[in-house]
Design a protein around this ligand. Sequence first.
Ligand SMILES: *[C@@H]1O[C@H](CO)[C@@H](O)[C@H](O)[C@H]1NC(C)=O
Ligand SMILES: *[C@@H]1O[C@H](CO)[C@@H](O)[C@H](O)[C@H]1NC(C)=O
Length: 285
Amino acid sequence: MPSRCWTTLAVFGTLCAASPKRGLVYVPNEAWPQDDAIWIQHNSVLTWYYTYGREPHAAYNPPASDLEFVPMMWGMGDDPDDTGFLNSINSQLDAGVNIRHVLAFNEPDMRWDWGGSDLTPAKAARGYVANFVPLRSRGIKLGLPSVSGAGWGIQWLREFEGNCTQLLNRKCEYDFVPVHWYDNFGGFMSHIDEAIAEFPDARIWVTEYAFAHQNLEATKEFYRLSAEYLDNHPKIDRYGYFGSFRSQVSNVGPNATFLNNGGLLTNIGSLYLGFGETGLDPISG
Ligand SMILES: *[C@@H]1O[C@H](CO)[C@@H](O)[C@H](O)[C@H]1NC(C)=O
Ligand SMILES: *[C@@H]1O[C@H](CO)[C@@H](O)[C@H](O)[C@H]1NC(C)=O
């Protein structure tokens, strides 16, 4: 039997595959830099990562790790035509960095003080046309802006597309739609269905998800159901759980995290990396 097996809810039996879809949402961590090594340990099933930034984490470059780095243009400054992101990606490609996908704008539909990049669809479209569209000719796959899971996210994207079409005089190019979700599993499935209905030609990436601020049982049940669902969903190419940090610094509740207070893998953290349960709860340590 392969070593990477774990038991799920009875109806699902045992899962043994390394999901090629699974990635690391790397959250910069100044207090415990030693935790960074946890995510690139040998035999983990993770295949890709993003850091919300345009350059890779220096400690994750080959040969330390073979995770595929996915750059993100988090937000925009005052100049809507600034091409700093495009220039950086072009230089990295020229230097041989393995970049195959790019992510655009973190929660542009959310205000700054809620952690969003707070962009109007009109401004974001300018930034996208300047920095993303040219990368397609280099074979890079483009993500639409990564809107929040709020009800207005799709409307924000419609206005973004409208502006993009006006600027380009043709439909804006993209390959995949990033989705965020922090509520229950039923809502998660409906939200994905909504994204598929709105963007039938695109692939789906879930670039942040967890059941935030719940008790431990509900958190773990959500984790198990969603892992099975994401691995098997034919439209979903990649996913990244939001939880690669210690419980005491979590902004999604203390029960959702990959690490306990002492920096050891919780049950969810260990399962996510493809190992067995550790028996550790997030609030321990
Ligand atoms: C462009 O975006 C603005 C908001 O930034 C919106 O009011 C407008 O309707 C959009 N234009 C199109 C053509 O969708
Ligand atoms: C975390 O889980 C424990 C155990 O289920 C629960 O008692 C506690 O209320 C949860 N914390 C939060 C903030 O939901």
